[in-house]
Design a protein. Structure first.
Length: 341
């Protein structure tokens, strides 16, 4: 008997990709005999590899050129899915689902978009993204099922190779697990960046209390070099870990601190206490469900949330009003929920 073929069109960013993992788990429970393929980016593949709820991953580039689009259309037509679930609804992906000749296509849409979807839910800027994905899944059922409790758990799977890599790294730097505080200050959006001098004050306080502070990010995170200018503390800087190694490092940490970026969502998946700074993004839509393990610092302004890459008011990094309003005391108070400082 032919398996039911399900195609999931996933989002772009690390955090969003992790936020669809509850929905992938739900799909596998609903359709245990199905074959689930997910369209995602190279980073998405890194996150979703070894996930038992996925049968295959179709990689796409973040920025789709015409040749990439044609190639993706061919792959999807060749796969011939029965159901398509759009967790990222753009005109191209809606057309892609339509061209797949699938019997059912579910997503978020209105107006013109709905001409290509079998069933849809209306857009809602306040609806939590994790909940939105589940509501899209519910479109495939005769009765809505209350999956809310499933949404707390995000998933990322590592193996012994990554565990050994981090064990060796901790030994090399003479680091004691659970005395590590991981700080990830960077973001793809400059509007999400907190002031480097404030991070330095937090680092100084943590160091005084005997915690080992690790700064993590990518080589392009210039904020790391800015933070270093404001502190004379010994810091370990790691900018070349892959996402699975990063997850293992977080598991060995007592606390994660950072901006609203991929690292924060990995900390949720690793079930590690975290403090996250939100600015241009609405934490009600993209924030955590477990408000005890994850503390959100958010100063809502009249212009919040704007979702802009650069603040329209200042047009400069580290000078975003919603981030400037977050104080060092705000962060230290949140940290005190988890460790003595």
């Amino acid at each position: 008997m032919r398996k039911l073929k399900i195609l999931v069109i996933g989002p772009n960013y690390i955090g969003d990709i992790l936020m669809i993992t509850p929905s992938l788990r739900i799909l596998k429970k609903l359709y245990p005999e199905s074959e689930i393929n997910v369209i995602t980016t190279q980073q998405g593949k890194e996150i979703l590899e070894k996930n038992p709820n996925i049968d295959n991953i179709i990689i796409r580039n973040k920025k789709l050129k015409i040749s990439d689009r044609i190639s993706l259309i061919r792959k999807v037509i060749s796969y011939s899915p029965d159901y398509v679930f759009l967790f990222r609804t753009t005109l191209f992906y809606v057309l892609l689902s339509y061209l797949s000749n699938s019997k059912y296509r579910f997503g978020v849409g209105s107006g013109f978009i709905n001409l290509f979807l079998t069933k849809s839910i209306k857009p809602d800027i306040k609806r939590p993204y994790r909940q939105e994905c589940v509501e899209v899944i519910n479109l495939s059922l005769n009765e809505k099922y209350p999956f809310f409790s499933e949404l707390y758990k995000l998933e990322i799977y590592t193996d012994e190779l990554e565990k050994k890599y981090i064990t060796d790294l901790l030994f090399r730097y003479k680091l004691e697990p659970k005395k590590i505080v991981l700080i990830s200050p960077g973001s793809t959006r400059p509007s999400k960046l907190w002031q480097p001098e404030k991070y330095a004050q937090v680092i100084n306080k943590l160091s005084e209390k005997g915690y080992s502070v690790i700064l993590t990010g990518t080589k392009s995170d210039t904020i790391i070099s800015e933070i270093i200018k404001y502190t004379n503390r010994h810091l370990i800087i790691l900018t070349e870990l892959n996402l699975k190694q990063y997850a293992e490092l977080i598991k060995n940490s007592i606390l994660f601190i950072g901006s609203d970026s991929g690292g924060f969502y990995i900390s949720i998946a690793c079930n590690v206490n975290s403090v996250c700074l939100f600015g241009s993004t609405d934490p009600e839509k993209y924030g955590p469900f477990d408000k005890e393990r994850q503390k959100i610092i958010y100063k809502k302004l009249n212009c919040s949330p704007c979702y802009k890459k650069i603040c329209p008011k200042t047009k400069k990094s580290f000078l975003t009003p919603c981030m400037e309003k977050i104080t060092v005391d705000d962060i230290l108070t949140a940290i005190n929920n988890y460790i003595e400082i």
